[in-house]
Design a protein around this ligand. Structure first.
Ligand SMILES: *Cc1c(COP(=O)(O)O)cnc(C)c1O
Length: 233
């Protein structure tokens, strides 16, 4: 795992150098979904502090058993009735995709007296099967969320289509960045557009070149996942 993390970090560094970015602008999230505690502990010992999970129950159980200085990122689709379980522990929710969900986050964040940072998940390629709002609806959602004092939009997130070639997703990363620039120019109160969460094991170098601030790498750090049920990735 040490070598894998080193490789990912080197690739991030190279991608930054290629386009004149500073390495510290990019944070590597270790996507630890389905992986046992021991592997997260190993990654922690190797210096990882940002972990990504896509299931609330799994995240909460890991939160309880791992060091308190870990930043937990919810990167999977979030159901309203589960928000209450992670309101206290989540560092950032990357998958805000509706006003209703934002209102529930507001309610639960208020209860625990905090402001929860969120990213709006954008279905940038317009895939039918994907979560996330379509690019043309992002601004309207941002304007609604801007009224909620305990929910703070920090930027955008996307999961582009699965591709064979790395370079194929570059246009989607670039489109997400452009969308964030467009929305930033609207100067919506209480809305930041400084964070872009994009890039996974197969395509994070091009995401970094296109401006990613978070890359979400699972397989590249922990190896392949084995699922008990179908229909997940
Ligand atoms: C699983 C997952 C990842 C990590 O995928 P890898 O290909 O294993 O790096 C990143 N983002 C989201 C939203 C995921 O669900």
């Amino acid at each position: 795992m040490k070598n894998r993390i080193q490789t990912v970090q080197n690739n991030i560094k190279d991608a930054c150098e290629k386009v004149g970015r500073i390495e510290s602008e990019v944070t590597l999230i270790a996507v630890s979904k389905t992986k046992p505690l021991e592997m997260l502990q190993e990654a922690y010992a190797l210096g990882m502090r940002d972990f990504g999970e896509n299931k609330v129950q799994e995240m909460v159980s890991k939160v309880e058993q791992l060091p308190k200085d870990i930043r937990w990122h919810m990167i999977g689709h979030l159901q309203k009735n589960k928000v209450k379980y992670l309101a206290e522990s989540v560092y950032m929710i990357h998958s805000l995709d509706s006003v209703d969900l934002a209102k529930e986050i507001q309610k639960q964040a208020e209860k625990v007296n905090r402001i929860i940072p969120v990213l709006i998940e954008v279905n940038i390629a317009g895939e039918e099967s994907k979560f996330g709002v379509s690019p043309e609806n992002v601004e309207a959602l941002a304007r609604e969320v801007s009224k909620l004092p305990n929910v703070k939009v920090k930027g955008l997130m996307t999961v582009p289509p699965i591709q064979v070639e790395e370079s194929d997703n570059r246009k989607y990363f670039s489109a997400l960045r452009q969308l964030s620039v467009d929305i930033k120019q609207k100067n919506i109160d209480n809305i930041d557009m400084d964070v872009l969460s994009m890039g996974m094991t197969d395509d994070y170098p091009s995401a970094v070149e296109e401006g990613a601030s978070y890359v979400r790498v699972g397989t590249g750090i922990f190896g392949h996942r084995i699922y008990k049920t179908e229909g997940e990735r």
